[in-house]
Write a protein that binds this ligand. Structure first.
Ligand SMILES: Cc1cc2nc3c(=O)[nH]c(=O)nc-3n(C[C@H](O)[C@H](O)[C@H](O)COP(=O)(O)O)c2cc1C
Length: 210
């Protein structure tokens, strides 16, 4: 970016607008993780469209290590899934239409082998599936907000997670709502955030020496 463009980008970002350094499809800038939900319930068909998008993610040997455990609001499983989130997340995620725990299976049996082996990429692959879910949610007019803030031990027990599986994250899904529905302390976060510049992330050939 030239200096003039950089200044413009800084001004737009200060006004809460996301600015790309290089051309990308609008969805990459438009998706963001709000915490305010409208209270609208999510129909099964809409929720399963999101799982369907995740289903088609790429994975090593097509091993598909992702697993999802979900509950919709006002169903018997909802209070259990909500209760294993940290209090900070419970306070806003309670307004979501669905909670999803994203789990990866650590072992798989490679093609032509009879014994399972530890997957090097189970978390990586499951991350791709979660991203697909989040982008499909955005395309369908839903927000999918990832959460690392949960009690792993309590979640493993409550969700009956098998031993060789790792809980990667939880996701709150719902229709975006007005920030007024949130306690005051969350209001400042109800705006799209920025990203560090690509030059700090991408290196040609090798990491820089210093
Ligand atoms: C794995 C993961 C864990 C996260 N944990 C939390 C969390 O516990 N609580 C929360 O409010 N947001 C959480 N977030 C949301 C991030 O803060 C958010 O994605 C990040 O600031 C980028 O903002 P954006 O998603 O709006 O682009 C998490 C996101 C991911 C992907």
């Amino acid at each position: 970016m030239g200096q003039e463009q950089t200044h413009l980008a800084e001004r737009l970002e200060a006004a809460g607008r996301r600015v790309a350094e290089h051309p990308v499809a609008p969805i990459f800038l438009e998706r963001w993780s709000s915490r305010a939900f409208s209270g609208e319930p999510i129909p099964d068909a809409a929720l399963f469209s999101l799982f369907e998008a995740a289903r088609w993610a790429p994975s090593a040997y097509n091993s598909q290590p992702w697993r999802f455990v979900y509950a919709k609001r006002d169903t018997p499983a909802w209070p259990t899934l909500l209760s294993v989130l940290v209090p900070y997340n419970q306070a806003w995620a309670d307004g979501a239409a669905a909670l999803v725990f994203v789990v990866s299976k650590a072992s798989f049996t490679p093609p032509g082998k009879s014994e399972p082996t530890v997957s090097r990429s189970a978390s990586f692959d499951t991350g791709a599936a979660w991203a697909s879910l989040a982008f499909q949610a955005h395309l369908d007019g839903w927000v999918a907000h990832g959460m690392g803030g949960f009690d792993d031990e309590a979640a493993r027990k409550a969700l009956n997670v098998p031993a060789d599986h790792r809980i990667e994250a939880a996701v709150a899904i719902g229709r975006r709502g007005e920030k007024a529905v949130l306690p005051e302390r969350y209001h400042a976060g109800e705006t799209p955030n920025g990203r560090r510049p690509l030059r700090e992330t991408v290196f040609e050939g090798a990491f820089p020496a210093s």
